[in-house]
Design a protein around this ligand. Structure first.
Ligand SMILES: [Zn+2]
Length: 233
C-alpha cells in the first residue's frame, strides 16, 4: 500500500523526544494538512542524550521537551504529552501499559503509531522495543475492555476501540507514505531538536534523505516513510 492511511485521529507514541518526528514526521505533516488530528505521547524526556554528562539531567529533559513541542507544532501537532520515565530504563510494565491505556482512552484515536517491538533490526534502542510492546498491549486489548484498569473507567475514561496500528522501524514494512512533498518540512521540524544536532555528524539532511530513499524503494517512491500495518479491530 502506498497512500496516506486514512484516519481522523492519530496517536503517536514514541520512546524519546524526536522519535515521532524522526520516524514519521513527513506522514504527520501530510495528515495534519489533510485535517487529521494528531497527538504525541513521548515516554521519556531523553535525558541520556546529554552531550555533557555533568549537566543537570532535569534541566536537560525540560529543554528536550521544549524542543519536541516546537518541532511538533511545526508539523501541525499541538497536543504533546510527556510521561517522563527515565531514558534508557523503559520496560514493558503493567504500570506503563496503564498510563498508555489512559492516554488512548483520553485521546480516542482510530489509528495508533509506534515502534515495531519485534523488528529484527537488532541494532535497536531497547526503549523502542519496550515502548512498542507496551503501546500494542494498551491498544489491544486493554483500552477496549472496562475490566482493564477499571479505576480509569470509574474516573470517566470510557473504554475505546482502536482500529489499526502502524509500526515504524519495522524490517517488514507493507505501508509506504510518499513524503516527497513535505520532506523539507520534516527536516525543518527535526532541526528544532537543537540539543541533538551533534548526533548526526555530516548533517541531518543527507542522512534523512538516504533513509527516505531506501524506505521508498520497494514502493517505487522517491522519498517515503515505511510502516507495518496491524489490524486491531
Ligand atoms: Zn528513540
Amino acid at each position: 500500500m502506498a497512500d496516506l492511511p486514512a484516519a481522523s485521529r492519530v496517536l503517536i507514541v514514541g520512546a524519546h523526544p524526536d522519535d515521532p518526528d524522526f520516524f514519521c514526521g513527513g506522514t504527520v505533516a501530510r495528515w495534519t494538512a489533510a485535517g487529521t488530528v494528531v497527538a504525541y505521547v513521548v515516554v521519556t524526556s531523553g535525558d541520556k542524550g546529554m552531550p555533557d554528562p555533568a549537566a543537570d539531567p532535569l534541566a536537560f529533559s525540560r529543554r528536550r521537551e521544549a524542543e519536541q513541542e516546537v518541532s511538533a507544532r511545526a508539523l501541525g501537532v499541538s497536543d504533546v504529552t510527556f510521561l517522563r520515565l527515565t531514558d534508557g530504563e523503559v520496560f514493558d510494565t503493567l504500570e506503563l501499559r496503564a498510563r498508555l491505556t489512559a492516554e488512548i482512552r483520553r485521546f480516542r484515536p482510530d489509528l495508533i503509531v509506534t515502534h515495531d517491538p519485534l523488528t529484527r533490526r537488532y541494532r535497536q534502542h531497547p526503549d523502542h522495543r519496550a515502548v512498542g510492546a507496551a503501546t500494542l498491549a494498551a491498544a489491544f486489548p486493554a483500552c477496549r475492555l472496562a475490566t482493564f484498569f477499571p479505576e480509569q473507567v470509574a474516573a470517566g475514561l470510557a473504554p475505546h476501540v482502536v482500529g489499526r496500528a502502524l509500526l515504524f522501524g519495522s524490517d517488514q514494512p507493507d505501508t509506504f507514505v510518499d513524503i516527497a512533498p513535505v520532506f523539507e518540512r520534516k527536516i525543518a521540524a527535526l532541526e528544532q531538536h537543537v540539543s541533538q544536532a551533534g548526533a548526526f555528524p555530516g548533517g541531518l539532511h543527507p542522512r534523512l534523505r538516504r533513509w527516505a530513499e531506501e524506505a521508498g524503494r520497494p514502493a517505487g517512491l522517491a522519498l517515503a516513510e515505511a510502516f507495518l500495518a496491524v489490524e486491531l479491530e
